[in-house]
Ligand binder design. Structure first.
Ligand code: BEZ
Ligand code: FE
Length: 288
């Protein structure tokens, strides 16, 4: 560090060439070490980004306006920042970093913004579709450990869109509360079994800044048809995943990059009274 003629240390004043060091030198040495690491690297990459693209003042203004609009559209039900993270592949990257799993374990995928805590616990075999719309499907399988042993007491929290492509929380005045949601708890055989609908593909909410961004980039806003599962069991890592309907036209271009080949499940046509589809899938958990 140099001392200048006016008595200031060299890192006190900003310079383009030394911008990262100048900013990071301001952090108190006593700040939390992890915070120092994360913020230091963030500043380093942010400055490198601006230097690499030679960011213009207009582009900086535009970015500030975009982030402001992203915040302003957020409500308790609408999380535009998560949509931004999802559509930039950032949610899936963070998910991948934090959920590396051994072969045979069920893979994680993006959580999404539509999970609601407190869905009703339902009896095995119950139907979660409350609006009478869509093709009924029986979902069935086991929660297993890596050796194929059943896991008792696993809590399976399920949610899907309705046949019009909306979650209940997106249409509180139209859909019954808890439509296409439920919690199931496995017995000693680790088995689960419930009736829902065959989900349909849908666009993520695209009437805000993220939708405008996608449009300008020539990207569509659609997700392939899927049903969400959050599986928890004592002594095991929590699984956040979906199963995807094979053959969906958006499987190779999911706008949030959530598709993994191992999560494309069978949807077999059946003639079981009003139930038209059967989708078997086992969830394999990793010990904690
Ligand atoms: C979802 O699958 O519910 C979802 C995931 C990411 C963004 C929007 C929706
Ligand atoms: Fe979804």
């Amino acid at each position: 560090m140099t001392i200048s003629t006016d008595g200031h240390q060299g890192l006190s004043h900003f310079s383009e060439a030394d911008s990262v060091n100048v900013v990071n030198a301001r952090m108190d040495a006593a700040a939390h070490p992890r915070l120092r690491q994360v913020m230091g690297v963030l500043v380093s990459h942010l400055h490198a980004f601006a230097k690499e693209v030679q960011l213009t003042q207009e582009e900086w203004d535009h970015a500030i306006q975009f982030l402001t609009a992203t915040g302003q559209i957020c409500t308790a039900e609408r999380q535009e920042f998560i949509l931004l993270s999802d559509t930039l592949g950032f949610s899936m990257l963070v998910d991948a970093i934090n959920n590396r799993r051994p072969a045979g374990a069920t893979e994680n995928t993006v959580f999404g913004p539509f999970h609601v805590d407190g869905a009703p616990v339902r009896e095995m075999g119950a139907c979660i579709s409350l609006d009478g719309k869509g093709d009924l499907c029986r979902y069935e399988g086991h929660v297993l450990d890596l050796d194929g042993n059943p896991i008792e007491g696993a809590v399976i929290d399920v949610w899907s869109d309705n046949a019009d492509g909306f979650y209940d929380v997106q249409q509180p005045d139209i859909q019954p509360k808890w439509n296409n949601r439920g919690v199931f708890i496995t017995g000693p055989d680790g088995k689960y079994d419930f009736v829902g609908i065959k989900p349909v593909s849908y666009p993520i909410p695209d009437d805000g800044p993220v939708g405008q961004m996608l449009g300008k980039l020539g990207r569509h806003p659609n997700r392939p048809a899927h049903i969400h599962f959050l599986v928890k069991a004592q002594g095991f890592e929590t699984l956040v995943t979906h199963t995807f309907v094979g053959g969906d036209p958006y499987l190779d271009s999911d706008t949030v990059f959530g598709v993994k080949k191992s999560l494309i499940a069978p949807w077999n046509r059946v003639n079981d009274g009003p139930i038209l589809w059967h989708s078997p899938f086992d969830f394999v958990l990793v010990p904690r």
